[in-house]
Design a binder for this molecule. Sequence first.
Ligand code: ADP
Ligand code: ZN
Ligand code: ZN
Length: 813
Amino acid sequence: MEADVRYIEVAIALPVFQTFTYSVPESFADFIATGKRVLVPFGQRRVTGYVFGKRQDSDIAEVKSILDILDEVPLFPSTMVPFFKWTSDYYKYPVGQVVKNALPGGLNVRDYASIALSEKGRHVLDHGRPAGIAADILGQLRSGSILVKDIRKKIDRDIPGALLYSFERSGWITKEWKLAGEKTKARLERFVRLNDNNLPVDHLSKARTKIIDVLSNEGVIPIKKLKETVPTAAALIKSLEIDGYVTAEYRRVFRDPFGDAIEPDRPYILNQEQQKAVSQSVNYLTKGYKTFLLRGVTGSGKTEVYMQIAAEAIKNKLAVLVLVPEIALITQMERRFRARFGECVAVLHSALSAGERFDQWSRIIQGQASIAIGARSAIFAPFRKIGVIIVDEEHDASYKQEGSLRYNARDLATVRAKQNECLALLGSATPSLQSYYNAAIKKFTELTLETRVEQRPLPVIRIVDLRQSRDMRGIRRFITPELQQAMKTSLERGEQILLFLNRRGYANFPVCGACGQPVRCKHCDISLTLHQQANAYRCHYCGFSRAARSKCEYCGSVKIRHLGLGTEKLEALVASIFPKARIARMDRDTTKRKGSILKLLKGLKNQTTDILVGTQMVAKGHDFPDITLVGIICADLSLSFPDFRACERTFQLLAQVAGRAGRGEKPGSVILQTYNPDHFCITAARQQDFIDFYRQEIHFRKALNYPPYSRMIQLKISGKDPRETENHANLLGDLCRRLKTNHLDCYEHLEIMGPIEASLTRVAGRYRWQILLKGLSAKALHEFINQLLSNNPTVFVRHSVKVTIDVDPYFMM
Ligand code: ADP
Ligand code: ZN
Ligand code: ZN
């Protein structure tokens, strides 16, 4: 920004949609820049704002002035301002709060500013006799440096940022940032290389000659590795270095999540299909906006395609953004990208400490990282010029954020690509209906990988009809004789098995043996799930927990029967059938602690796990080469959800989990157990035939006018009082209908469904209602909601009943 800025546009982190104009005092003009945070007066308060750019002039008579600039360097580039505005407008979320959401939480460093008294400050304190708050603050510093937030607590009042700023400029105090959490230290390792000065070697000892030989073959290697061939290498290197033969130096090394140093790899020779996908997309690099949909069967080598396109982007000095659905997969992606690209990779995800996140963010802003890998929020990574945005497993529901800013990172990827005039590459073996439809109508360009790498076959899937399962003694029938036999064979061959059941806990349907009443959550309209290890009943919606030993709430009986099957019970069942097998379980309960996912993955990698039992966590994208058998315990669990995407989700889940089998040298097989063997989504999953599934499902979507043939906005209404919530929902419904009738010319095709009670009628003590707005175009739908909002602002902000706008909703229950 030029130095003579007088007015700036500021987005404020409060529930307001517009941006505001503030003036910049002359003393601040040199420090102001787009992307920095400022402290501004707003009504009676002082709030944080984000500088969006310069404003020519102000039409408002009295413009307030900013109080402070909170950052030394900008947190985002000016090219992201239109992106924030678009996101705010589309998802109906206040623009300042969009920015707040986008920036990693750990960035709130202001509170961690540690200030100390300078010599000059001490002099002022002793002789100048400052008054009021200045005396209080400086007085606190007499005994040493202290965090700003701690001073605030001690003197029990707010400290104006501008005041500290002026202290700093007067040279009274010094400031430094103390971040919560440790900064990551680079790991260094000692490497050696041969000097190319051709010194004579004939007089050298055997061991020294050997070292020289190894180095001339391998180039630069770690001393650690050299020790494998010459155990005394460490000592010898020293003397070789003194004599001028070799140079030893510290180099930065990256470790994979398992703690092993990542060795640089080379690009694979691409097969024909991969080659075609790469060259087709690379052709369009730097030529403007375009979205590709890469549909590649499981194990077809999509990651290699991503990496070679990324390499091309980097050659063109453009950044690469890689989105991955979950943390467990980020580590796998990070490992592969680091092996190929080394230093220039940054990672962004919630498992990093605040300090680590700040570091990664800064590396991107400062141009030290040109590749960022992260979960959905990484769509906001602060790159200036992007070459390609890659969204791996683009169908995955975790790209949709529920709560606060309800966005879909996959959709935002195409928006950001359009604004940055770059490529978006969406990859999946089982694309979302929406994306494949976009490819079908040529909005996206399809790229395909029909075969696995090295011609490996897709696994053979056998369907087992659970209705025929004869053993009716409760849950035991879920390990059918067919599955048991196949498991036995695999174990005898020393191969690994994956068992998939999309439900955690021990039993999800505890029922009173005396009166038949289910054990329900106090706050939600749903059964509790027994978790045996925790010895408690838990609610999977609100987290409510109660002791496993409690009595029936209706009749007081202690005889509770634990019906229903979860992964915990399945694990116990498998252990009783195969007592010698080493079993591990991967679900949300076993992966809460930091590092636990890695431990589970390591068990598979090191062959210390024979059978892995897990929920959808195991279905996603992992590359475990030694799994040859996948057992799907009950394929139907997600099929009966009251949600128009139930079939899509089920198909994706089944095809994905099946795709974990036979990825290595040995071929794989899958046993798929189901109560609906003839359902099209089961038969299509069995063939691993996405196109077949798409044809049938899209037909149904069209008939019922569901997305992708329509767009939806859901209004979620919730409140603690059942009557009040219902009334408010009805009021909102009336307002919607009235708006439609008054503007029938614009909204003729807009459907208003509801208000109806949500299928989960109560969660966490709140009664839930919903209204679904369905329209043929996003435009009409957005105009409608804008008008609704501006006509009735108070209806959307009420304390007792909350109304949330969910654009392109995913979780419909
Ligand atoms: P996908 O993501 O499509 O399921 P991956 O990218 O995980 O598949 O690739 C599966 C395996 O194939 C990986 O171990 C990868 O290293 C390997 N691979 C990828 N491309 C090639 C190739 N051209 N030749 C040999 N192996 C390859
Ligand atoms: Zn009872
Ligand atoms: Zn609950």
